[in-house]
Ligand binder design. Structure first.
Ligand SMILES: *Cc1c(COP(=O)(O)O)cnc(C)c1O
Length: 395
């Protein structure tokens, strides 16, 4: 029996799971079905549209409540959240920071913003995120702990932090990763940009390390138009995160005094208003996405040569982006599927070109990245908007 993929059969299967539509079905559309209009109107009516206002405070409180983190600091983008989280984790110029090569470019860029060097590690098939066991073997080979810090024996640089990323919303295996960070004196900073609403062994992603970053960009599970947040359980880090992202202005009734070079990374009240309304619907959004994933799985049941990536056993994932996994790692087959589905109005995209293949990171240190390279040739993201699973699409 042949396991060869027939792209036409895949197309028909996906069509059976999706609504009839004359227009292209987008990869991910935001959904504004709650209090968005009311809250944004309130900002306009009261004039509180910019860098202060009650929606910013409320959004931070609700985010902390939802994730179980002690503190959340709202910022202008997820990238800004990553940048500040790395600074507060103590990343300094010329340090190295371990990141997956399979990620969105912001993870590696944020390391460079600190003047540090991204050091790429491989991912595992079970999670699409950092492989803690492979990383352990790698660190055993290249790293040593001296004077309380971890050093790369090959480059002489300090390795300061590890930044796992929860790919398409699926949690990485955090327990062994946290243990490894303890062993090697590395700070754990989660790139949880895609994983709001995703839990690892019952605990929300983004609460396992020193700090974490979330994103509320237009394509994420909830959106503020553009925005992000830093979460932490450490009161002092939260205070510093607020200070650094609001130009490091010292509290004073009228004087402009700034005590260090800060950043203007604050989230406007207008955006936070959207965020408050979106957060109220997050549980419904996650339910819709999980329903869509089950529908896709059923539809793909009889299709040879391809499957849907499924959440790891320890996770309850938000299924932010559904992902097809071709059995064969073959760029030609992948691109054939991309051509066909896109031509038939089903928007789909390959995963990111891995970081170690991008020109600005070509000389960065790296482990063997065989799984990353394999997955790059097998992954395709398919339409995953909340409305597709919310019951108003055909069953
Ligand atoms: C979206 C995203 C970011 C960056 O978020 P922005 O809000 O777009 O700056 C960072 N990392 C990952 C993995 C992302 O998907």
């Amino acid at each position: 029996m042949s396991r060869r993929l027939r792209p036409e059969a895949l197309l028909v299967a996906l069509q059976s799971a999706l609504p009839d539509s004359k227009e292209t079905i987008a990869l991910h559309e935001p959904r504004f079905s709650g209090n968005e209009w009311a809250y944004v109107k309130e900002c306009l009516d009261t004039g509180w549209v910019s860098s202060a206002g009650r929606f910013v405070d409320r959004f931070e409180e609700r985010l902390a409540d939802y994730t179980g983190a002690s503190y959340a600091v709202a910022v202008s983008t997820g990238t800004a959240a990553l940048h500040i989280a790395l600074i507060l984790a103590g990343v300094q110029p010329d340090d190295e920071v371990i990141v997956p090569s399979l990620t969105f470019v912001a993870t590696a860029n944020a390391v460079r913003y600190c003047g540090a060097v991204p050091h790429f590690a491989d991912v595992e098939y079970a999670t699409l995120g950092l492989d803690p066991h492979k990383l352990r073997r790698y660190l055993h080979e290249i790293a040593e702990v001296a004077y309380g810090y971890c050093y790369n024996k090959q480059t002489g640089r300090r390795i300061k932090a590890v930044v796992p990323m929860h790919t398409f919303g699926h949690p990485v295996d955090l327990d062994p990763l946290a243990e490894l960070c303890g062993l090697y004196r590395l700070e754990l900073v989660e790139d949880a940009a895609e994983s709001l609403g995703s839990f690892y062994k019952g605990r929300h992603t983004g609460t396992f390390g020193k700090l974490a970053a979330f994103s509320f960009n237009g394509n994420k599970i909830i959106t503020t138009g553009g925005g992000g947040a830093i979460v932490t359980n450490d009161a002092e880090l939260a205070r510093q995160a607020k200070h650094l992202t609001t130009t490091a202005k010292t509290p004073h009734p009228w004087a402009y005094v700034h005590d260090r070079v800060g950043f203007n990374y604050r989230l406007p009240n207008l955006n936070a208003a959207l965020g408050c309304a979106q957060l109220e619907q997050l549980d419904a959004f996650v339910a819709g996405k999980r329903k869509l994933a089950r529908r896709y799985e059923t539809a793909l049941g009889g299709i040879k040569g391809v499957g849907l990536f499924r959440e790891p056993g320890f996770a309850r994932s938000n299924y932010w982006l559904n992902t097809l996994l071709l059995d064969e790692p073959q760029l030609a087959a992948r691109d054939e599927v991309l051509e066909l589905l896109n031509a038939h109005g089903i928007m789909c995209r390959p995963a990111w070109v891995p970081m170690h293949k991008l020109p600005m990171f070509a000389n960065s240190p790296k482990d063997d990245l065989a799984v990353t390279d394999n997955l790059e040739r097998r992954m395709i993201n398919i339409p995953s908007s909340v409305y597709l699973g919310a019951g108003d699409a055909k069953a």
